[in-house]
Design a binder for this molecule. Structure first.
Ligand SMILES: [Zn+2]
Length: 386
């Protein structure tokens, strides 16, 4: 991939000596959050080069001598492509800037001659990738262009945590005794936990969602994998019929649940996609081949280790239920290579738990417990890597 990138990068397409300026006659984007294809219709084979820029992650295509004809019909970004902008860049150059939803990899970029009509098209395929892949492509690009941007060194990799505020959008989650929704509590807590983790200066932290939006369970898992997370923490707040039950629970994934209540809990959480009208795709079947199984086993070990640290640290800060570490088959914990836990902060069906969940101070205590546990886990994991 990197070699291909370099090859493309130094290559100048077309003859570059056209008498007529290039006309951009159309621009289309298709795809979803994991993959996108951008097609640009042009009057003839263009003289173009392309490069990557970070913060935010962008792909820039620079055309020579363009007459842009497409501006009367702005193209809507979609999926992986969250922004499209076209503008002059001096010296009769124009740039098309595609902004990605997070890091991506340019899988393919080619210029094709139309078969049954005049003109050419530029076809670009990008797929969601990790920050490390993007940085590697960027580093190669900088090397290729002999240090035009020497300051842009690849960032040092830090211990990465993905925090997943449960539910969102059409899926409200459980409803509290005062009427507040689980999705509201989990988002507030997720934002606070992200900040508390970042304040230590030790971690790179990403949220699966930072606003009230729906995300499928597999999308949450994908986000964790895209960031090559060292740890994935899904945050929830439960509600059950027995209104006197209270306290926090830490769950890890298992095909054999620790008890009937945990099994029922996993079934409820896994329904999130259906509530919002999405069928859950291949429930857990992705864990099939032996290699995945081996990785899975190691990951499960790490998940257990973190769950233990988490129960220990949370017990110092907030109330926990009896046997606070439980197991069940949660879809959202099934990334084969990312240690994952699901934390139920408390019961929205209990008056006092609900009051605490709405209390910023109580939430800060719970955050502190999680931050302490992440610290222990990160120390152990980094220590082992040495
Ligand atoms: Zn939930």
């Amino acid at each position: 991939m990197q070699a291909m990138l370099a090859a493309f990068f130094v290559l100048l397409f077309g003859l570059g000596a056209q008498a007529e300026p290039l006309r951009v006659e159309g621009l289309r984007v298709v795809g979803d959050a994991s993959r996108a294809r951008v097609v640009i219709d042009v009057s003839h084979s263009p003289d173009l080069r392309w490069f990557l820029v970070r913060a935010p992650h962008r792909l820039v295509l620079e055309f020579n001598d363009v007459e842009y004809r497409h501006e009367d019909e702005p193209v809507k970004p979609r999926g992986l492509v969250t922004g499209i902008a076209f503008g002059p860049a001096g010296d009769s150059k124009s740039r098309l800037v595609l902004t990605g939803e997070g890091a991506f990899v340019v899988e393919n970029l080619e210029i094709l001659k139309n078969e049954d009509e005049p003109g050419h098209r530029v076809v670009i395929d990008i797929v969601a990738g990790s920050d490390r892949q993007f940085e590697a492509a960027l580093a190669e690009q900088i090397a290729t262009t002999a240090g035009t941007d020497a300051s842009a060194k690849p960032a040092e990799r830090r211990f990465t945590v993905v925090v997943d505020p449960g539910h969102g959008g059409a899926d409200s989650g459980a409803k509290g005794v005062s009427g507040i929704y689980e999705k509201t509590i989990t988002l507030a807590f997720g934002l606070e936990l992200k900040k508390a983790l970042e304040d230590t200066g030790r971690y790179e932290v990403h949220l699966t969602r930072d606003r009230d939006r729906f995300l499928r369970l597999d999308e949450r898992v994908k986000i964790a994998r895209r960031h090559e997370a060292d740890l994935f923490i899904s945050v929830h707040a439960d509600a059950i019929r027995h209104r006197n039950v209270r306290g926090a629970t830490v769950y890890t994934v298992s095909d054999s649940p620790s008890d009937a209540a945990s099994a029922a809990k996993a079934v409820r959480e896994n329904l999130a996609d259906q509530i919002a009208g999405y069928a859950s795709e291949g429930a857990g079947d992705e864990v099939s081949d032996i290699l995945t199984d081996l990785v899975r086993r190691e990951t499960d070990g790490f998940s257990l280790r973190f769950a233990k640290a988490l129960v220990g640290q949370l017990s110092d800060e907030i109330g926990m239920i009896k046997n606070p570490h439980r197991f069940a088959g949660f879809q959202v914990l099934k990334a084969p290579d990312v240690p994952s836990v699901l934390v139920e902060l408390g019961y929205l069906s209990n008056v006092r738990d609900e009051e605490q969940l709405r209390d910023v101070k109580w939430r800060a205590q719970a955050s502190a417990g999680i931050v302490a546990a992440v610290g222990l886990f990160a120390d152990a994991k980094m220590g082992q890597a040495d």
